[in-house]
Design a protein around this ligand. Structure first.
Ligand code: C5P
Length: 222
């Protein structure tokens, strides 16, 4: 049988990235950060002076991304064309640009096979927006993580302040709401829970609590 998959979908800032990484670590499974792929397409577009609405040029760019993920104790390091782009793809602006290219159907199709290649023994934790609905519809366990927009803005704010960066809570909230709207309203693979997903609201939960809950659910699924 194919290696088992746990999908973790939901809006930006719900804690998917951290939680997926910690669960993958506990299980010794592979990790797919699918959002990074969309961030990389947008970055590669900037490098090649390609506009974010130029689907004809973005499709081959997405299909041929030269990317390497190097897992570690913290967030994975990401290399594009051998250049370490880990920091630049994590900015708010990079996330925003990612959500623009992510609305293009042919870009999404171009990234499908690359994402499915991550499904290898002993298993995969896949983090994104459409992991349970489109990319891994047969996943063993599908989780849809949410948190209120206010809570997500607050978490992001604290992250930025901790990293020594400037941040404004009210503009972060506006950005989060704009990105949610773009992700939910697009016509291809909009952000929505799979019909068989378990929804988990993390507004009142700590990261270890969510990790434990996911581990319990996996054990229940056997
Ligand atoms: O998860 P992350 O914030 O890195 O994703 C950046 C953007 O990429 C999202 O706002 C969304 O538009 C897009 N995305 C997507 N499908 C995925 C993962 C990310 O459309 N599976």
């Amino acid at each position: 049988a194919a290696a088992p998959v746990l999908t973790v979908d939901g809006p930006g800032g719900a804690g998917k990235g951290t939680i997926s990484r910690l669960v993958a670590e506990r299980l010794g499974w592979h990790l797919l950060d699918s959002g990074a792929l969309y961030r990389l397409v947008a970055l590669a577009a900037a490098w090649h002076n390609i506009k974010l609405d130029n689907e004809d040029a973005l499709e081959p760019l997405a299909a041929n991304l030269d990317v390497v993920f190097v897992p570690g104790d913290e967030e994975a390091r990401v290399y594009l064309d051998d250049e370490d782009v880990s920091a630049i793809i994590r900015t708010e602006q990079a996330g925003d640009r990612a959500s623009v290219v992510a609305a293009l159907p042919r870009v999404r199709t171009a990234l499908l096979r690359r994402q499915r290649d991550f499904q290898k023994p002993p298993g995969l934790v896949a983090d994104g927006r459409d992991m349970g609905t489109v990319v891994f519809p047969d996943a063993e366990l599908k989780i849809f993580l949410t948190a209120s927009a206010e809570e997500r803005a607050k978490r992001r704010y604290l992250q930025l302040i901790e990293a020594g960066e400037d941040a404004s809570l009210s503009s972060l909230l506006k950005e989060i709401q704009a990105r949610d709207a773009r992700d939910m309203q697009r016509s291809v693979a909009p952000l929505e829970p799979a019909s068989d997903a378990i929804e988990l609201d993390t507004t009142q939960l700590t990261i270890p609590e969510v990790v434990d809950r996911l581990m319990e659910l996996l054990v229940q699924r056997g």
